[in-house]
Ligand binder design. Structure first.
Ligand code: DAH
Length: 330
């Protein structure tokens, strides 16, 4: 009996204890063997014998149960220890996100103009003919409408082809003077190395009392802006045409790839076209009911800026959502 209790106490794991259990309490275990002897015990001694055995069995069972609880508690404790996680541990593997290069470029552009007190305006992407074309001096029959490959809905509304309609919306709800930019998404039916059907523009508009702004102001601010974006580049204004400005200009910077010497990117010209601008056409002011004012406007494509700043050869790659490409801009 002492011996058996000792056996239970010495079991140092649940597996060892299980072996002891089979040995003692199993069908062919030591207790079973003892109980089997009962039938050979002479009548008068049977009772005492049986009582003795039951007592022993109860004691061993109690010892067993106690040992089992102790070993089980041990096992749980060591499991908790070995599986513990230090949540305060710093992980160097954590993946960090990054701004999309187009949005990063947009932010940089916005920062420049906000610092000069321009308000940031917005308008709907689904526009009507009046705001997108008509009020911008692009009447129905105007050939310049062909320049903008428009997505139309059946009801005649359209996806805005530029951010210029925000000029119209702002002027129709605000009294002059105005000093605003309108960053936003625009849409055209176009798809090649340098065009995607969805892209982004930033529009700018300044309106003052008649005679208070001139082409010289426009030239000064855009030159400074382009040097802020691209560093120490030359800036050139080339006469051009937009229905909503007169006179109009396209603006070039000296090629940032060849420093103006001529290369494949600038088609050997040494210049890169980066935006359009001009003095607001009187017909635009008439459409929104403004009188005795003058102003200038400009518009630029954000993707074009991002491509030049990051030397991205294929614009479409920016919108394929390939994490490997985007990770390079972190
Ligand atoms: N809306 C023109 C475009 O999408 C860009 C533009 C050119 C806007 C000249 C202007 C501007 O405000 O004056 O191509």
């Amino acid at each position: 009996m002492e011996n058996l209790q000792e056996k239970i106490l010495q079991a140092d794991s649940l597996e060892a204890l299980e072996k002891v259990r089979v040995e003692l309490f199993g069908k062919k275990g030591l207790l079973a063997v003892e109980f089997a002897k009962l039938k050979d015990v002479p009548g008068p001694e049977k009772k005492a014998f049986a009582e003795g055995l039951n007592e022993t069995k109860a004691k061993l069972q109690a010892a067993f149960d106690e040992r089992y609880e102790a070993l089980k508690a041990n096992e749980i404790e060591s499991m908790l220890k070995s599986e513990a996680i230090d949540v305060s541990l710093y992980s160097t593997l954590a993946a960090k996100g990054a701004l999309h290069p187009v949005m990063e470029t947009m932010d940089k552009i916005i920062d420049y103009f906000v610092a000069l007190n321009f308000a940031v305006e917005s308008g709907p992407m689904v526009e009507d003919d009046f705001h997108n074309f008509e009020a911008l001096n692009l009447p129905k029959s105007h050939p310049a409408r062909d320049m903008q490959d428009t997505f139309y809905f059946n009801d005649g509304s359209l996806l805005r082809t530029h951010t210029s309609p925000v000029q119209i919306r702002t002027m129709m709800t605000t009294k002059p003077p105005i000093r605003m930019i309108a960053p936003g998404t625009v849409f055209r039916r176009d798809y090649d190395l340098t065009h995607t059907p969805m892209f982004h523009q930033v529009e700018g508009l300044v309106v003052e009392e008649k005679g208070k702004v001139s082409f010289a102001n426009l030239k000064a601010i855009l030159t400074d802006f382009l040097q802020y974006m691209f560093g120490n580049v030359d800036v050139r204004f080339r006469p051009s045409f937009f229905p909503f400005t007169e006179p109009s200009a396209e603006v070039d910077i000296s090629c940032i790839f060849c420093a103006g010497n001529g290369c494949r990117v600038c088609s050997g010209t040494g210049w890169l076209e980066v935006l359009g601008c001009g003095i607001v056409d009187p017909n635009v002011f008439k459409a929104v009911g403004y009188e005795e004012v003058s102003g200038y406007a400009f518009g630029l494509g954000v993707e074009r800026f991002a491509m030049l700043m990051h030397k991205i050869p294929d614009l479409r790659s920016l919108f394929e959502g390939d994490i490997r490409l985007l990770e390079q801009f972190r």
